[in-house]
Design a protein around this ligand. Sequence first.
Ligand code: 13P
Ligand code: SF4
Length: 341
Amino acid sequence: MTDQASLPVPIWCDELEYEYAALVERLELLVPCLEIPLHLPWIDAINRLKKQRGAVVMAHSYQSPEIFHGVADITGDSLGLAHAAATCDAPLIVLCGVHFMAESAKILAPEKTVLIPDLEAGCSLASSITAADVLALRARHPGVPVVSYANTPAAVKAESDAICTSANAVQVVESMGTDRVIFLPDEFLGRHVASQTRVELVLWHGRCEVHEKFTAQQARHAREQFDAKLVAHPECPPEVLAEVDFVGSTTAMGRWLERERPERVALITECSMADNLRAQFPATQFIGPCNLCPHMQRITLQNVYACLRDLQHMIEIPADVGVRARAALDRMLSVGRRERA
Ligand code: 13P
Ligand code: SF4
């Protein structure tokens, strides 16, 4: 395994500034100017290595701007990245996101090599539940189907009937065709979904450590002080969701901005996401509050480079777990196909 401190720093040369002029212009809006010359040599080295390896780099919307804009071939929310992994041609995927996202890519593309730049990039929701917990819930609620949020480990997915993301949770729950569904593991997302459907949900007590910190007072402050529209991710507490103009998944928030084009907006979600959308909507002013996901922040240009150079941090999933988790993920993807048909 490569020790990051021993990585040779790629050399800066003036030509890079010309070669990456469009990227520099975008990054100038998003990161301190002094950082850009430090990022460019790594971005260039990664882009070259990517070509040599025939790799595709995927980045979740919560990745820092230098990764999201600098080296990613495919960007998106967790649902979008799962689709892309299943359909892209590249034999090698570097997943810049957290561990459960890289696992989903591997489950859907078991013949491909999936690397994650830091194996420790976890998620408080994914670590809130185990496969044994799912089996215990099934025993307590016999015959009730289990829908698990994508933010779960592969072993939990394998014990579930279907997977959902925040973008499709209501549709997946309703597709089960039952009056009750066990919904795991995010309690706040579960309460939001329950408010949108007649299906009764049995909930777990998982929380996103980033979104649970937002408060109703912060939301009110953004509206009263800055006359901002408020948009929130459904992993936020219910009292926050009650204050906002729109509740939606990562992708739904982008679409809302596209539609509404507000003068000012407070995105009550992980704040790299606000940074990345800021580049897309320069006429809109983005107001805090801002919480960063510490797990997403573990991914850096340096460890993306090391992972590509040394082909390290491969995602491995036991075959039987992979097959059962795949069936649950396929069920989610087929709901999406039915919705689009
Ligand atoms: P999305 O499913 O919207 O990509 O969100 C994943 C996540 O981790 C949200 O905190
Ligand atoms: Fe997990 Fe929350 Fe980080 Fe998303 S923001 S990866 S739910 S800890």
